[in-house]
Design a protein around this ligand. Structure first.
Ligand SMILES: [Zn+2]
Length: 205
């Protein structure tokens, strides 16, 4: 196994990489409780992209969990396998609560948060490097983000449960463009109110 790249993504920063079919991306939550927002596109045809709806519907049909975990397969809007989770120390990852944006921050936390940096901006910065933009944003995965469902059906963003050094490993089932926002949110507990760096290692067998 050889290391293709090994980088530290600073707190609040964006990241992207093309993951070749068969390569593995390991995302490490270095200090714990850090939400890592992620989007996936077919590297050859960006009109094929991650579909949270198809992924969660397939899991429901198979009697699996509402969350992503070891063994989960992330599907595209064309029903193709994009990425498979092959190792996971956390146990569940959200794909329902979406990414933070300046606009949603004002609704959720007040207008004074309008100028705080947000995941949507991180995604747009990285998308621009590939000729993509706002209309290419779709529902994302939130690795390490704790979004429990209350008995009354309510969704909440709760304290993160990932430990320092916790990780998830993603096997590319096709060539995928992976976009990551190391979430800058400080108005809810998704990052323990303190965004921290993550490490991303790509390996090739
Ligand atoms: Zn965020």
């Amino acid at each position: 196994m050889s290391v293709v790249s090994d980088v530290i993504v600073p707190a609040r920063a964006p990241y992207s990489a093309i993951l070749k079919q068969g390569q593995v991306m390991k995302i490490i939550d270095l200090e714990s409780q850090q939400a890592v927002d992620a989007l996936f596109y077919n590297a050859q045809d960006s009109s094929e992209r991650y579909s949270a709806q198809d992924t969660l519907a397939a899991q429901a049909a198979a009697g699996e969990k509402f969350y992503l975990e070891n063994g989960s397969v992330l599907l595209s809007n064309e029903g193709e396998k994009m990425v498979r989770i092959i190792a996971d120390t956390c146990g569940f990852h959200d794909s329902c609560a979406g990414a933070c944006s300046c606009e949603s921050n004002t609704v959720r936390f007040g207008h004074e948060t309008r100028f705080m940096h947000a995941c949507r901006e991180n995604f747009l910065i990285e998308l621009a490097k590939y000729g993509l933009g706002k209309r290419d944003l779709v529902s994302n995965v939130n690795f390490f983000m704790n979004v429990p469902i209350r008995p009354n059906g309510e969704l909440t963003v709760d304290d993160g449960v990932s430990e320092p050094g916790g990780y998830v490993e993603l096997l590319a089932e096709m060539d995928v463009l992976v976009l990551i926002s190391n979430c800058p949110q400080v108005n809810n507990p998704c990052n323990g109110f303190k965004p921290t760096p993550i490490r991303i290692v790509i390996t090739q067998s």
